[in-house]
Each structure stands twice: as structure tokens, then as C-alpha cells.
Design a protein around this ligand. Structure first.
Ligand code: PRP
Ligand code: URA
Length: 207
């Protein structure tokens, strides 16, 4: 079974409620999407390997640490870009790849329109950024693409996840970790997450 980490934090509860609120305007939506993304990314990088490093402070020397594992981040276009902005503050050296997928409004089946990935080594940790895990189709396709590159690990980082999408990923890819701020109730007949927050990309980019 793939791992699920539901991140509980008062700042997430607060920001997620603002994201869900239909009255929230674009600038406020962006700010709180950034806060939730930052907390999720802190959790997603918790197991990154470090090595010891001796450093000189202005007063003495002491043992410190340096990151010793490469991270590659893959935002799923377009909404995943919202999370990329925040991860670059934490991991300015991370490789960045892009997968562009768009759901058909009638069928909710995702169509790939773009793909550009960096080299990925067997030791690398890949973080896939997609705020919404609904049917799981977009992340299913993204994982299929990434597995061909044989990364060390793949972690899916989502703001909201629906049980249907979680079940699909768990069924298709045992061992892949999902980190999310909330597991919602179900999908409606148009495959939107309920209660959800609507269309994340439209609300974040003000479309
Ligand atoms: C949204 C969202 C996910 C996808 C999730 O993208 O950002 O990528 O839907 O749905 P799924 O789990 O059923 O595949 P959308 O296709 O609306 O494109 P956008 O990011 O350009 O808005
Ligand atoms: N994509 C979104 O942006 N919202 C949903 O509820 C489902 C897919």
C-alpha cells in the first residue's frame, strides 16, 4: 500500500479554510496556498539525507549539516506551479521538471500537452507537486512518466486529496508516498473534489 501522510497543523487548518471559502480573492488565495505548500514541503523533505559538516561560527567551531541528497521537483502544470514558487525558497538547487496535463471538462480524463524533465539519478528524491488529487488520473500519468527515469523515490505532494484518487494511486503504485493537507469526502459527478475548493488553477491564476 502506498503511504499516506495527512499533515495536521493549526496553520494548515486556518489557511485551508481560507482556500476553501468561495469569497477568497486571488491574492489571498495565493498567499494561503503558499503557506500550505510550505508546510507540506517541510514534511516532504523530512527524510532528506544530510552529512556532517564542521563550521566556524564567529566564536568557535561546531558540527553542522549539509544536504547530501538531490531533490528533483516536478510541478504538474499548471496548478503545480503554485507550489513550485515556495519550494524554491527551501531548495534553490533542486532540479525542476515539468509535466503538463489538462483534464477534459466533460470526461475528466487528463491529456498530456508538455513534458520536460532533467536527468534523474537513482539516488534522487522526486517531489511531484500537484495541489489536487481528484480521480488520480493526472498523478497516475505523471508517476508512469517518472518511473521510466528510475528515481530513488517519488513523493506526491497535494493540498487536497479525494479518496478515489488515493485509492487509484495506492492500487497502481504501492510504495509511493502521498503527503496531503486534507482527505476530502468524495468526487461529484463532474469529478470535482467535495467539499474541495473548486478549480485550484483557476482560483490561483485568476482565470
Ligand atoms: C487539476 C489539478 C490536477 C488535476 C487533478 O488540473 O491541478 O492536476 O486537475 O485531477 P485528477 O486527479 O482527476 O486528474 P487541471 O486539469 O484542471 O489543469 P490546470 O492545472 O491547468 O488547472
Ligand atoms: N481539479 C481541481 O482543480 N479541483 C477539483 O476539485 C478537481 C480537480
Amino acid at each position: 500500500m502506498s503511504d499516506i501522510l495527512l499533515v495536521k497543523h493549526p496553520l494548515i487548518d486556518h489557511s485551508l479554510s481560507i482556500l476553501r471559502d468561495r469569497e477568497t480573492d486571488t491574492s489571498c488565495f495565493r498567499r494561503h496556498a503558499g503557506i500550505v505548500s510550505q508546510i507540506l514541503i517541510v514534511e516532504a523533505t523530512r527524510c532528506l539525507r544530510t552529512r556532517a559538516r564542521t563550521i566556524q561560527t564567529p566564536l568557535t567551531s561546531c558540527e553542522g549539516a549539509a544536504l547530501d541528497q538531490k531533490t528533483v521537483v516536478v510541478p504538474v502544470l499548471r496548478a503545480g506551479l503554485a507550489m513550485l514558487m515556495t519550494i524554491q525558497d527551501f531548495l534553490p538547487d533542486a532540479g525542476v521538471g515539468f509535466v503538463g496535463l489538462e483534464r477534459d471538462e466533460e470526461t475528466a480524463v487528463a491529456r498530456e500537452y508538455y513534458q520536460k524533465l532533467p536527468e534523474i539519478a537513482p539516488d534522487d528524491q522526486v517531489l511531484v507537486l500537484d495541489p489536487m488529487l481528484a480521480t488520480g488520473g493526472s498523478l497516475d500519468d505523471t508517476v508512469t512518466i517518472l518511473l521510466k527515469k528510475n528515481p530513488g523515490s517519488i513523493t506526491l505532494v497535494c493540498v487536497l486529496a479525494a479518496p478515489e484518487g488515493i485509492a487509484r494511486i495506492q492500487d497502481r503504485y504501492p510504495g509511493i508516498k502521498i503527503i496531503t493537507a486534507a482527505i476530502d469526502d468524495h468526487l461529484n459527478e463532474k469529478k470535482y473534489i467535495i467539499p474541495g475548493l473548486g478549480d485550484f488553477g483557476d482560483r490561483y491564476f485568476g482565470t
